[in-house]
Design a binder for this molecule. Structure first.
Ligand SMILES: Cc1ncc(COP(=O)(O)O)c(C=O)c1O
Length: 465
């Protein structure tokens, strides 16, 4: 059973190690000591054993099911056979020998699909974000970013040429306005349109699953900085392939292509391969090439990688992913419908055991995100994830420091391949867990922990005995 393999591998990694390393070199002992701090909370980040398709998938980034159905493999093979004489390696950086025709053609095709002047292929979305932020903010500029920005944005901020980096509250127009007003009043160059303000947002936030109010943000920036010196960088990692016309993303869904300076798309999720794409105009592209070591002090993406990206884009462009895109919408709506109308889950929400912010107003929402977090009390995220794992479902718990303290959750990811029966099983399992927790909290049970957590902790005790 997959849950046993998963839990054993995970629990083994949580066993403290430094105490048994007294005779080891300080370098290794102290590293383990620092990891032991996370292990004490069962919080060491670990790699997971692979599972097969019999485990119900509420985790993978194969949102459009292109990977599990083999559709991307077929496209990739076709791409390889069309270019049978390919040289696998780029054999150099883009600014040297590594700039080959096939990557340029693919960039043009992707740019055209996204209504962008240019596209740049990076090794990953992570590297794209870091590379962009390293290159485009100049000294004296400001970067304003959503407080829940992805780790890649946070790392890119550290490399940027400006030290003026200010967070605003997640998705809050009032907070963004306040930050922009602060900049405008503190530095005349911003008010006069002489220095730039770069606003970093994400189309769908990977842990919250909510959409950025992009149009409102764009209107605000234009109103406050009519000279056009406030510009947007948007990470579309989670919307690539999933929302917008033929999966073109949020910017295209809103028709804001002309208003957004830089868009980052990824192929590692819905497009079922790897690679990042930076959509921008020629000026930005020139600045990336000249100023981003992340993007150019590295061998260019190989033919194989670019071919896999192209195969994904061929599917999007042809409209072949539209049904999968629609299926995701239906399945998420089915989940939200079911969980909000289940009496036990509703009681769990009333009693503060579960909080599913995306339930609020879902019936009136035009577009659903495929990421739906179930927020819990601290530690309960692990109990609920154990419970789901033992019921043959894969949905990971997310705890601090991946999310802010107090933000623990089980993160559900929905796919085109999820069925209504799977969702019904999921909701029924959540309800069973809630009932157990309610009984424990109301003193109606002899246990202090729910059954799945008892099972896991017994397993853990047997490992250290
Ligand atoms: C919001 C966001 N941006 C960027 C990335 C990185 O994308 P990639 O997997 O292509 O490196 C991720 C992936 O986890 C993400 O969720």
């Amino acid at each position: 059973m997959y849950s046993d393999d998963l839990l054993k591998a995970w629990l083994q990694e949580q066993v403290p190690r430094a105490a048994s390393m007294k005779n080891d070199a300080a370098f290794y002992r102290k590293l383990e000591q620092s990891l032991d701090v996370a292990r004490k909370e069962n919080g060491l980040m670990t790699i997971k054993p692979r599972w097969d398709d019999t485990v119900i998938d509420f985790t993978t980034s194969d949102f459009l099911s292109l990977n599990r159905t083999g559709r991307i493999r077929e496209g990739f093979k076709a791409e390889l056979s069309r270019h049978g004489d390919y040289r696998l390696s780029a054999s150099g950086s883009r600014v040297q020998y590594g700039n080959y025709n096939y990557i340029l053609e693919t960039e043009r095709m992707i740019a055209e699909f996204h209504n962008s002047e240019t596209a740049w292929i990076a090794h990953s979305g992570f590297i794209a974000n870091v590379g962009v932020l390293e290159a485009v903010a100049l000294p004296g500029d400001a970067i304003v970013f959503d407080e829940l920005s992805h780790a890649s944005t946070n790392l890119g901020l550290k490399l940027s040429m400006t030290t003026n980096r200010i967070p605003f509250k997640h998705n809050s127009i009032d907070s963004l306005r306040e930050v922009l007003e602060g900049l405008k009043s503190s530095e005349p160059a911003f008010a006069k349109g002489q220095q730039s303000i770069l606003i970093c947002v994400e189309s769908i936030y990977s842990m919250e699953g909510d959409l950025c109010p992009l149009r409102e943000f764009v209107d605000l920036a234009k109103e406050m900085f009519p000279a056009g010196n406030a510009q947007f960088i948007i990470d579309e990692a989670h919307s690539s392939g999933v929302i917008g016309p033929r999966g073109g993303g949020l910017v295209q869904m809103l028709g804001l292509e002309k208003e957004i300076a830089i868009r980052v798309h990824v192929c590692s999720k819905a497009l079922a391969s790897t690679g990042g794409i930076i959509l921008c105009n020629k000026t930005v592209r020139r600045a990336l090439i000249h100023q981003s070591k992340t993007l150019t002090y590295s061998g260019a993406p190989s033919f194989a990688m670019v071919a896999s990206m192209r195969a994904g884009y061929e599917l999007l462009i042809s409209g072949a992913t539209q049904k999968a895109q629609d299926d995701i919408q239906k399945i998420v709506k089915h989940f939200l419908d079911k969980v909000s109308s289940d009496a036990v889950c509703a009681e769990g929400m009333d009693e503060g055991l579960l909080n599913i912010p995306l339930v609020e107003g879902f019936a009136h929402r035009a577009v659903h995100s495929h990421v739906v977090p179930i927020k819990t009390k601290p530690r309960h995220e692990q109990y609920l994830a154990f419970h789901l794992a033992l019921a043959n479902m894969n949905a990971y718990s997310i705890s601090y420091p991946v999310v802010p303290r107090g933000g623990s959750r089980v993160r559900l990811v929905f796919h085109a391949h999820n069925t209504e029966e799977e969702i019904d099983h999921l909701v029924a399992s959540i309800a069973t867990w809630v009932r157990e927790m309610l009984d424990i909290e109301n003193g109606l049970s002899n246990n202090t922990l729910p059954s799945a957590a008892r099972h896991v902790f017994a397993l853990q005790a047997s490992l250290t005995a």
